[in-house]
Write a protein that binds this ligand. Structure first.
Ligand code: PEP
Length: 258
């Protein structure tokens, strides 16, 4: 597999989880857009709760910020109380969706099979799926990291046609690093990401593996963003806590690579 991937446009995604009202989110996006200005060498997305999406999309119009959802359902419509389809998100002007976040896997029983259906549904309606994978602390300590990542990647991509593979992103988020302040070292993250990329190659072919953007997530902040982004193969970051404060998120967006 060739190249250090510097052709892949870096992607910075803020996952707001269950924070910010719709007015707070819209204000944040306007302020963010003012501070970062026009960007052509990186992409910036924020993922508000469903209730904030409409106002977020309006606030992001004409700026360098775009809006993603935090989840999506795989059916187009029907009697699925509480669910939102990819077509409904696309209709609002939402551009992507986080899928299979570890909080959804652990608190809401999300399975690899569901993740695969959601990735497929997102692609079908033109959303950028940001598929999350990552091992727990127990799995890492038991030496199972590569096995877990291989299973999550191959299962999650099982419904993706190779032709669509370039239109998705994957976030490697070791569960032990999410919201804990324990960041993976750039080397550990880089090694796991290289493994994820190999697995994408096995599933969809080497060309897709070379095109797909693989992000790191887990306690990313202004203090570690530059060293993470300096690591070959890390094409961006998925940021939770540090995406909620304007100053820290602006600094993350303005990362510098050597
Ligand atoms: C996340 O929620 O995807 C995440 C990485 O959270 P944090 O940055 O707070 O660890």
């Amino acid at each position: 597999m060739a190249g250090a991937g510097r052709d892949r446009v870096p992607l910075i995604v803020g996952n707001w989880k269950m924070f910010k009202t719709s007015a707070e989110g819209a204000r944040f996006i306007s302020d963010l857009a003012d501070q970062i200005g026009r960007l052509d060498d990186r992409e910036v997305m924020v993922a508000p709760p469903f209730t904030g999406l409409y106002e977020a999309v309006r606030a992001a119009e004409g700026t360098s910020v775009s809006v993603a959802a935090q989840d999506v359902f795989w059916e187009w419509e029907g009697a699925y109380t509480g669910e939102v389809s990819s077509g409904m998100l696309a209709d609002l002007g939402v551009r992507g969706s986080i899928i299979g976040h570890s909080e959804r896997r652990s608190y809401f029983g999300e399975t690899d099979e569901w993740v695969a259906k959601k990735v497929w549904a997102g692609l079908e309606r033109g959303l950028l799926p940001i598929m999350c994978v990552g091992e727990t602390e127990d799995e890492r300590e038991a030496g199972l990291t590569e096995e877990v990542l291989a299973r999550q990647v191959s299962a999650g991509l099982s419904s993706v046609r190779a032709a669509d593979g370039g239109r998705l992103a994957i976030a490697y988020e070791p569960v032990w690093a999410i919201g804990t302040g324990k960041t993976a070292t750039p080397e550990t993250a880089g090694k796991a990401i290289a493994h994820v990329r190999r697995e994408v190659g096995e599933t969809l072919g080497d060309d897709i593996a070379e095109a797909v953007r693989i992000l790191y997530g887990g306690s990313v902040g202004p203090f570690n963003i530059d060293e993470l982004m300096a690591q070959p193969g890390i094409d961006g970051v998925l940021v939770g806590g540090a995406s909620l404060q304007l100053g820290s998120f602006v600094r993350i967006v303005q990362f510098e690579r050597p």
